[in-house]
Design a protein around this ligand. Structure first.
Ligand code: ATP
Length: 228
């Protein structure tokens, strides 16, 4: 499903963020990516959703060799990868409904299907009563739920979540985790970078630890393993 083979990433300023990363993530896994600040976690995530390309090595996601993808094929691959960010990244002038619907409009889904599916996913995340609210009228947890609805609306095979609970209080964070578990249960592979020790040590999953650009630990039902 996701395979990285000897992946190296050096940014334009010469910073090497990943060095020789090899990993295989199967369909339907739920994986935490942990490690100190600056270790390379976000870079790892960005390579998976093709925000960055590797300097060396091969990445395949869902059977596509995404490091070598032709530009016109990028939207096609992105449709199969939902992305969730720490700061939600909703469009501020669009309602909750329109933020989610937009993700289907860009892939030119039929109008009727957009309405039906958008309402369906907003209901799944518990926000059917807020469909006409703008992001500024929603709490952080609600905004993240809209972002999750947007990430799943095109039924992607993979969700990449970069510190999805980073801006949320503990109770709201647990609500977001329940939702991600439900989405995983329904058959979506989830890769989640996090600094949240309590979540990792409570909802036990596979843990991949990255330090200074290399994988230093890969454990099933692993622990967070850092003090912060
Ligand atoms: N666009 C960029 N240009 C140059 N260097 C970068 C760029 N993005 C990240 N880096 C550097 O690459 C290294 C890895 O960064 P990355 O954001 O992947 O770490 P991280 O593990 O996600 O950190 P954090 O937990 O703080 O989010 C760091 O040294 C960082 O400064």
């Amino acid at each position: 499903m996701i395979e990285l083979q000897d992946i190296w990433k050096t940014y334009a300023d010469g910073t090497t963020a990943l060095q020789g990363v090899n990993v295989l993530i199967d369909r339907n896994e739920f994986v935490y990516i942990v490690g100190p600040s600056g270790a390379g976690k976000s870079t790892f995530m960005k390579l998976i959703y093709r925000e960055e390309v590797p300097t060396k090595g091969q990445i395949s996601v869902n059977g596509f060799n995404i490091g070598k993808l032709k530009h016109r094929k990028i939207p096609y691959v992105r449709r199969n990868i939902g992305v969730i960010f720490q700061d939600y990244k909703l469009l501020p002038k669009l309602t909750a409904f329109d933020n989610v619907a937009f993700a289907m409009e860009v892939i030119e889904a039929p109008r009727k299907q957009i309405r039906r599916r958008t309402l369906e996913v907003l209901e799944l995340v518990g926000l059917k009563h807020k469909i006409n609210s703008l992001p500024a009228q929603l709490s952080g947890g609600e905004q993240q739920r809209v972002a999750i609805a947007r990430a799943i609306v095109n039924s992607p095979a993979v969700i990449v979540a970069d510190e999805p609970t980073g801006n949320l209080d503990p109770e709201t964070s647990w609500g977001i985790m329940n939702l991600l578990e439900e989405i995983n249960f329904r058959g979506t592979t989830i890769v989640m970078a996090t600094h949240n020790k309590e979540i990792v040590n409570t909802l036990r999953k596979r843990v991949i630890a990255i330090e200074q650009g290399s994988i230093v630990r890969d454990q099933q039902r692993g622990e967070y393993g850092y003090e912060i």
